[in-house]
Design a protein around this ligand. Structure first.
Ligand code: NDP
Length: 354
């Protein structure tokens, strides 16, 4: 089987590649990257000698699809908003499965860059679906939707079911609604096998520093290293989130294409919530030094979603998926990831004489 992961250099994409390598070693994995991509998320696979990098144009599709690619990850350059590049990619790889994870994934940035967020998230998916139409309707594609699609939720509307109204509160969320609806439309109009997961928040090692749990963990790691005064800056601590471990979530993505129904959208989340303040307190309980909290108005969003709480029963019934990783372990692993990065970056700066 050939599997294509868009956004393989991101947090979820890199974990999905590792999951497939570990659990489905007969699969050949292909992933997209760009010149600006942060390749360090693929370092564990690289160190294991599992990654082949194909730069520039890949003219020999047959060589690309060679049996020897089983158990390996092949990285292919592709800007997904470029329809021609996506056409070429899909024709060359002829994937049996596509996990479409690539996105401008940061809610806050979408307020600053609404047009490019919409362009990246919507155009990329259209390009992929059009390429599938032309090159193989047998391809199954997963679309990474988001709980942000629900947006404004009234107190009597939680936990959120797939039938909840979609009232998106950010340009990012509107783009995810568009992705979700486009998947349904292409399923109905052309019979493509498309499954959408509405992923609730997930985190783990490699989470970008702009996301709430990671920004706390990074600050704590920098404070422990003596790089910052002992104060963690935060935004609204009262919002509630249903936070899972990314390693559980990528297993859900795999199952989505194995056993979920095409043309359907599924909540993927833990089914329990914590306030951001509770998560910060858990992280602070792991800190090696005493740290106080301080609100930073710059970290308050224009219209934050007050609660995101999944009812994941539809997905569980379809796939049997259950989260396995304890919540505290996830947060501890995020902090350890940032401790390691701060140590490594400090070492690099010291060697460079900065
Ligand atoms: P990341 O931001 O870590 O990764 C995004 C990936 O998309 C990167 O590899 C990025 O590459 C790639 N990408 C972005 N734009 C393009 C483009 N134009 N062409 C090619 N590649 C591009 O996101 P996550 O791994 O956290 O999330 C994966 C998916 O899950 C996203 O669709 C996100 O919206 C969704 N999601 C995430 C949630 C979460 O809590 N993490 C919750 C719900 C949904 P580059 O480095 O080159 O920019």
């Amino acid at each position: 089987m050939r599997v294509l992961i868009t956004g393989i250099t991101g947090m979820a994409g890199s974990h999905l590649a590792e999951y497939i390598q570990a659990e489905h070693p007969q699969v050949a994995v292909y992933g997209t990257f760009r010149w600006r991509s942060r390749m360090e998320n693929l370092e564990p696979l690289r160190r294991a000698g599992r990654v082949d990098l194909v730069e520039g144009r890949y003219s020999d599709g047959q060589a690309l699809r060679d049996e020897a690619k089983r158990g390996r990850v092949t990285l292919l350059y592709c800007e997904l908003t470029d329809a021609g590049a996506v056409e070429h990619l899909v024709a060359a790889v002829q994937p049996d499965r596509i996990f479409h994870l690539a996105a401008q994934s940061f809610v806050q940035e979408s307020f600053d860059e609404p047009a490019s967020t919409f362009h990246i998230n919507v155009q990329s998916q259209i390009n992929l679906m059009e390429a599938i139409r032309r090159h193989g309707t047998q391809t199954r594609m997963h679309v990474a939707g988001s709980s942000e699609e629900y947006g404004l939720v009234h107190p009597d509307e939680v936990p959120m079911k797939e039938t909840n109204p979609l009232r998106p509160l950010s340009p990012y969320a509107v783009s995810k609604v568009a992705q979700d609806k486009l998947a349904w439309q292409y399923f109905k109009s052309y019979g493509l096998h498309l499954v959408v997961t509405r992923g609730f928040n997930h985190t783990g090692p490699r989470r970008g520093h702009v996301f709430f749990d990671s920004t706390f963990a990074k600050q704590i790691a920098e404070i422990e290293a003596g790089l910052l005064p002992p104060v963690v800056k935060h935004g609204d601590l009262t919002t509630k989130r249903d936070l899972s471990d990314v390693r559980d979530i990528v297993r859900a993505y795999w199952l989505a294409l194995e056993s979920a129904e095409p043309g359907e959208s599924y909540n993927v989340g833990s089914g329990r919530t914590h306030t951001i303040g509770e998560m910060l307190d858990i992280l602070l309980s792991f800190a090696q030094v005493k740290i106080r909290k301080e609100e930073d108005p710059a970290r308050l969003r224009p219209s934050d979603v007050p609660i995101l709480w999944a009812d994941p029963s539809k997905f569980r019934a379809a796939t049997g998926w259950e989260p396995r990783i304890p919540f505290e372990k996830t947060l501890r692993d995020v902090l350890d990831y940032w401790r390691e990065r701060v140590r490594a970056e400090g070492g690099q700066q010291a060697r460079a004489g900065v």
